[in-house]
Design a protein around this ligand. Structure first.
Ligand code: SAM
Length: 188
């Protein structure tokens, strides 16, 4: 079997303009007071991969342009739409008013495990990720429609926030695709 690694030029990626014009996955990311610029950039890069609609940067979460965001975003701040808002709770309330289903991604009482969670067909979901030390603010968790937890079986309490974004966005992307195109065997 041929296993030659592909060159970047063979990956058929979108230009910034093609990305802007592409139909987006009905998923929104909210970053609640994320401290590390490298984590923020990494979330942008993952959001670009799955054609995420928008990222809300809240509280102390830094905004592009910044060289330490760029280090991990590698240009994804030019493709993915973003907006800065001081108050995470206000963003959550606005999204709910707009008909978006809001899920805090946290370890909390009554949380649904990611593997048991199914987005409803046709709904737009927002997923809120929290600060590296404090997590998602308690009032934001309470204001969300529900909480989704990533099961962990090892010794550490939690995952890095950008890693948890990768796990959740890929999982929801696959589930949304499967609901939107139930008879398709194609991954994209
Ligand atoms: C390093 S964790 C924060 C841990 C912190 N001790 C706390 O109280 O939540 C940073 C963020 O990553 C996400 N996260 C990490 N591990 C998770 C898990 N197992 N389930 C759900 N979210 C997780 C959450 O959004 C969390 O706010």
């Amino acid at each position: 079997m041929e296993r030659r690694k592909l060159r970047n030029s063979e990956l058929d990626r979108k230009s910034v303009e093609e990305f802007k014009n592409a139909q987006k996955t009905p998923l929104i990311v909210v970053l609640d007071n994320v401290r590390s610029l490298n984590n923020i950039g990494s979330v942008f890069r993952t959001a670009d991969a799955f054609l995420i609609q928008k990222i809300y940067l809240c509280g102390i979460t830094a905004k592009p342009p910044h060289k330490d965001i760029q280090k991990t975003a590698l240009g994804a701040t030019d493709t993915v739409d973003w907006e800065y808002c001081e108050n995470t709770l206000e963003v959550v309330e606005k999204l709910k008013k707009d008909g978006v289903k809001v899920f805090s991604i946290e370890q909390a009482e009554g949380a649904v495990m990611l593997n048991d969670f199914q987005p409803e067909q046709g709904e737009c979901c927002a997923v809120v990720f929290g600060n590296e030390v404090k997590g998602v603010q308690q009032d934001v968790v309470l204001a969300s429609h529900n909480v989704i937890e990533i099961p962990q079986l090892g010794s550490k309490h939690s995952l890095n926030i950008s890693v948890s974004t990768g796990v959740v966005l890929w999982d929801l992307f696959v589930k949304i695709k499967a609901k939107t195109y139930p008879n398709s065997s194609h991954s994209h």
